[in-house]
Write a protein that binds this ligand. Structure first.
Ligand code: AP5
Ligand code: MG
Length: 213
């Protein structure tokens, strides 16, 4: 089973694609953003410390993220393979990950910045099951309600315009340089993340099935 990293800017569709892909590959979806949001919601000491950074759209300190990540990676379901979404996000994290586990494939999602901003500002989330919606592109059947749970959809606090600007800047400054790091390993595969979720899903499957050069 493969060990896959999903790399790409905020709003590009990593979380949307990760659900069905994880199911198809029979590996767990490990999202550091989701793990951190769960810690914030539970009010754990780690969550309390992370909350301010996340609201502002800044990176949570490396040691906090590493703590929740290693805890999750050590669970038996993640041993044979995983989809890692949102980690690494800077050079130090990439080096840490290389020491922790081998990575087979890095999928790099690409999309113009204007589309990222549109996707983020229109995003809504089900607070019960985490399902993702978009008011413009993937609306719920009943306005404001999750198709599965019927819960009232919410907006992520870091999808406010100021936090979105900070997240995009943080991505460009700290995460984008990882492209070179992974390109040099020969494991990077670029995905055009435009078009429908089905089209993007097809490109991802084709990229995973392609042998390494
Ligand atoms: P995280 O949760 O990882 O957020 P992110 O990287 O900013 O990415 P997003 O979740 O916003 O976007 P996505 O690519 O998953 O897009 P989605 O599928 O939702 O991190 C949040 C915060 O946690 C960070 O800012 C940081 O503070 C902290 N953090 C996390 N990891 C960390 C780390 N390693 N180190 C330090 N701090 C860390 O899609 C977006 C929208 O588009 C949705 O509305 C969706 O419905 C729609 N959409 C998706 N695909 C399509 C499509 N093909 N067509 C039309 N609409 C689409
Ligand atoms: Mg996400």
């Amino acid at each position: 089973m493969p060990r896959i990293v999903l790399l790409g800017p905020p709003g590009v569709g990593k979380g949307t694609q990760a659900g069905p892909l994880a199911k198809a590959l029979a590996v767990p979806h490990l999202s550091t953003g989701e793990l951190l949001r769960a810690a914030v919601a539970e009010g754990t000491p780690l969550g309390k410390e992370a909350d301010g950074y996340m609201r502002a759209g800044r990176l949570v300190p490396d040691e906090l993220v590493l703590h929740i990540l290693t805890e999750r990676l050590e669970r038996p379901d993640a041993r044979p393979g995983f989809l890692l979404d949102g980690y690494p996000r800077n050079r130090a994290q990439a080096e840490t990950l290389a020491r922790l586990v081998p990575v087979d494939i890095v999928l790099y999602f690409e999309l113009p910045e204007a589309t990222l901003v549109e996707r983020l500002t229109q995003r809504r989330v089900c607070p019960t099951c985490g399902r993702l919606y978009n008011l413009a592109t993937l609306p719920p059947k009943v306005p404001g309600r999750c198709d599965v749970e019927g819960s009232s959809l919410v907006q992520r606090s870091d999808d406010a315009p100021e936090a979105v600007r900070t997240r995009l800047r943080t991505y460009r400054e700290q995460t984008e340089p990882l492209l070179e790091f992974y390109r040099s390993t020969g494991r990077l595969r670029s995905i055009d993340a435009s078009g429908s979720t089905t089209e993007v899903g097809r490109r991802i499957r084709a990229a995973i099935d392609r042998p390494n050069p």
